[in-house]
Design a protein around this ligand. Structure first.
Ligand code: NAD
Length: 500
């Protein structure tokens, strides 16, 4: 399918894609695929205003009816899964299976949210006073500002938006300036769902095109009750304090530096598969990509051998071609950051396997690399940083205690895994003294989380949780109600006041 047809299927107006100053380039070949107008500060404020108006109406719609809109959005996504998945591949460089997989995640969260729309439960609490009842009610919160990163250009939006919509909120989305087309396509699909729904207020979803300045205007606006921001730790350090300054709510999903521990009892074939998928999938550009391998010295040589073989046969190429496992890096800056990290690793005594630029003749303006495996003498400074590229640092350990210390010895705390068949090691890993990450897996890799669980991480990953479990609570306002159905007005804690 050619790109004009793709735009048409996804409801993108071609004429709006060729004016303005924001160049959108495909990492597949570096070619420009659109030029967009960026929103000004005033336009941003206006879009937030429209979303706020929409919220005031939407919060009155019963939650199960709000769920119907999300069900219709899920239907649109099912119908256009291939087209949207392809646009993700073109704009973000993901291989076809990963592009479509990302859309499948959107469909899954829509299903989850539809069910949730009938389960926004509050507690009933025993009151200490006779003739009184206490309860919690959950109310719509307001406008949710979603800031998203280039590497999950549509799924992260849907994790937030499907929940926000059933919770009675409106959404203003600032996608990455590197992937605005997929965002416009999602907006068009939601619009189609809204037309079928009938009476949804306009302005329920605003999309802001632009970079940091537009993002800052969203972050600073007091009408935005929750800012859910996904991206680098650098971005979180800027956004978090700004939102706190105005006492807004903030949900941060930031960088990870995810490790897999492989113990002597592990099934090494299974471990190798899990490591390969985690480290080279999406060309190492997932927040949950495996970046560190902490392997027991007794099995290290065997495992590294297996991995080197698998690395050498992982096909690097256009993400649009069947058989490709490793697509391109997003841009030149990502390539340079990778090369710099490899240089630093060498300077720290690392032995580098792979990591070279590939396919330069075929794609001079794109950045393909062979994934790198780097054997490190210890966990040095460069290993403790998140480099958003396919670099796997391999370190050896002697005791399980040392492995856990190494696993937790980085500033980030997103995802982690252990491969072991020893029950004690598995249980210790998931215990309070085990992994300090938001995700701690046993015999499954660090990436590829399911939407049913709450997703997010600790420390410099930001502490936010979104997607499944009870993550919806961040998108609602909780009220505690005490109802007195007696003829007395007893005070709590037995306090006597006045004539009592
Ligand atoms: P980035 O931080 O460069 O940009 C992310 C988004 O933040 C973009 O939309 C950008 O325009 C916006 N932004 C940047 N500075 C801002 C500011 N001061 N105010 C408001 N908005 C601002 O990240 P990226 O390069 O697009 O994505 C890669 C990073 O995202 C990696 O660190 C990765 O680990 C992280 N990430 C985390 C998760 C997670 O769930 N934890 C998921 C995906 C990506």
């Amino acid at each position: 399918m050619d790109i004009t047809e793709l735009f048409k299927e996804l409801g993108l107006d071609s004429s709006a894609l060729s004016s303005g100053t924001l160049q959108v380039r495909s990492p597949v070949d570096g070619a420009s695929i659109a030029v967009l107008s960026e929103h000004t500060r005033n336009e941003t404020i206006q879009i937030i205003g429209q979303a706020h108006e929409a919220f005031l109406a939407w919060r009155r719609v019963p939650a199960p009816r709000r769920g119907e809109l999300v069900r219709l959005l899920g239907e649109e996504l099912r119908t256009h899964k291939q087209a949207l998945g392809r646009l993700v591949s073109i704009e973000a460089g993901k291989i076809t299976a990963e592009g479509e997989g990302e859309v499948q995640e959107m469909i899954d969260i829509c299903d989850f949210a539809v069910g949730l729309s009938r389960q926004l439960y509050g507690l009933t609490i025993a009151s200490e006073r006779p003739g009184h009842r206490m309860m919690e009610t959950w109310h719509p919160l307001g406008v949710v500002g979603v800031i998203s990163a280039f590497n999950f250009p549509v799924a992260v939006w849907s994790w937030n938006t499907a929940l926000a919509l059933v919770c009675g909120d409106a959404v203003v989305w600032k996608p990455s300036e590197k992937t605005p087309l997929t965002a416009l396509a999602c907006q068009a699909l939601l619009r189609r769902a809204m037309e079928r729904f009938g009476d949804a207020p306009q302005g329920l979803l605003g999309v802001l095109i632009g970079g940091r300045e537009v993002g800052e205007a969203l972050v600073d606006d007091a009408r935005v009750a929750l800012v859910s921001a996904t991206g680098s730790t650098r971005m979180g350090r800027e956004v978090g304090p700004r939102v706190a300054q105005r006492f807004g709510r903030c949900l941060l999903e930031l960088g990870g530096n995810n490790a897999i521990i492989v113990t002597p009892s592990a099934d090494l074939d299974m471990a190798a598969r899990g490591i390969l998928f985690g480290a080279v999938g999406t060309a190492g550009q997932r927040c949950t990509s495996t970046r560190r391998l902490i392997v027991h010295h007794s099995v290290a040589d065997r495992l590294v051998e297996k991995l080197k073989k698998a690395y050498a046969s992982a096909r690097v190429g256009s993400p649009l071609e069947a058989g490709t496992l490793v697509g391109p890096l997003i841009d030149r800056a990502a390539f340079e950051a990778m090369q710099l990290a490899l240089e630093q690793a060498r300077a720290h005594g690392g032995a580098v396997f792979g990591g070279e630029r590939q396919l330069q003749d075929a794609y001079p303006d794109a950045f393909y690399v062979s994934p790198a495996l780097v054997e490190m003498p210890e966990q040095t400074e460069v290993v403790c940083q998140e480099t958003f590229a396919p670099i796997l640092y391999v370190m050896r350990y002697e005791s399980f205690d040392d492995a856990l210390t190494m696993q937790n010895g980085v500033p980030q705390g997103l995802s982690s895994a252990v491969f072991t068949t020893d029950l004690r090691e598995a249980e210790r890993f998931t215990s309070p003294e085990g992994s300090d990450c938001g995700i701690a897996n046993v015999n499954i890799g660090t990436s590829g989380a399911e939407i049913g669980g709450a997703f997010g991480g600790e420390k410099e990953t930001g502490g936010g949780r979104e997607s499944g479990s009870d993550a919806w609570k961040a998108y609602m306002r909780r009220a505690t109600n005490t109802i007195n159905y007696s003829r007395e007005l007893p005070l709590a804690q037995g306090i006597k006041f006045g004539d009592d």
